[in-house]
Design a protein around this ligand. Structure first.
Ligand code: CTP
Ligand code: MG
Length: 250
């Protein structure tokens, strides 16, 4: 029998994937929202500069649409040994992330490495929040995500006979959390989870974040309390809100 001595210098790496291949339909900004100017820069430039200040990240991969011809113009300083771009975006966010993971594998990522996924559209993320998520998940079997216990009362809604939106029921909010990004999982868990979820078009539609694909396999991602400012710029009014918040940060 051999005794396997653990290598004390072994450390899994952590790669960030930033899905940035959406069209921004709900934001109605006349183009992909990630390039809309906010506080003097394209929205995604703020996101990437926050991630660049997270020391625990070994590299960041931005996933763009195959037809993207704007990224380099809006984020001219992104690049180099630890800042990668791949034009492999898919039809859904989940597909973009899965394609991004294939790219990481082609660049040498291993199953035990961590993949931290963060929406390009969450430009208010702070390095300290990313760091806290990674620290809290470091020894977790599954991985986890930033999320907030739901504060508002939650309504199910439907379109009434008069065309107005109407509340049909109130959903018990006591065990509900609003999921944010970043979300961090081992490559060897997240890649098959997303592949499995996307194989069936019915389940694929419900996979709106990484954690939902992990849950579909029966695992329970860790919920790490996030921050109210970590909004996902989604609606037209969100650009002005993001701008106000960014301008209050020195
Ligand atoms: N995203 C992606 N590939 C897609 C769809 C979305 O990489 N096929 C990215 C977006 O660029 C964004 C993040 O996933 O950074 C979160 O998605 P969302 O806020 O829904 O952005 P959009 O899909 O662009 O917006 P909408 O749903 O309003 O069209
Ligand atoms: Mg979308």
């Amino acid at each position: 029998m051999f005794a396997v001595t653990p290598d004390p210098t072994f450390r899994p790496r952590c790669f960030a994937i930033v899905p940035c291949a959406g069209v921004g339909e709900r934001a109605a900004a006349g183009g992909p929202k990630q390039y809309h100017p906010v506080a003097g820069q394209a929205l995604v430039a703020h996101t990437l500069s926050a991630l660049a200040r997270v020391a625990r990240l070994d590299a960041t991969l931005v996933v763009l649409s195959p037809s993207d011809d704007q990224f380099e113009r809006h984020v001219p300083h992104f690049g180099g040994e630890h800042a990668w771009v791949a034009r492999v975006g898919g039809a859904s966010r989940a597909e973009s992330v899965l394609n991004g993971m294939d790219e990481l594998v082609a660049r040498g990522a291993q199953p035990h490495d961590w993949v931290l996924v963060h929406d390009a559209a969450r430009c208010l993320v702070e390095p300290a929040w990313v760091d806290r998520l990674m620290a809290e998940c470091e020894d977790d079997e599954v991985g986890g995500l930033l999320a907030l216990p739901l504060a508002d009362t939650l309504k199910a809604g439907a379109s009434g006979a008069d065309g107005a939106a109407r509340a049909t029921t109130t959903v018990d909010r006591r065990d509900k959390w609003a999921a944010q990004t970043p979300q961090v999982f081992r490559l060897g868990l997240l890649q098959p989870a997303l592949r499995h979820a996307l194989a069936d078009p019915v389940t694929a539609a419900a996979i709106t974040d990484e954690a939902s694909a992990i849950e579909a396999l029966g695992h329970q991602p860790r919920l790490v309390v996030g921050n109210y400012e970590n909004i996902k710029v989604t609606w037209p009014g969100d650009f002005a809100l993001a701008e106000r918040l960014l301008r209050t940060r020195a």
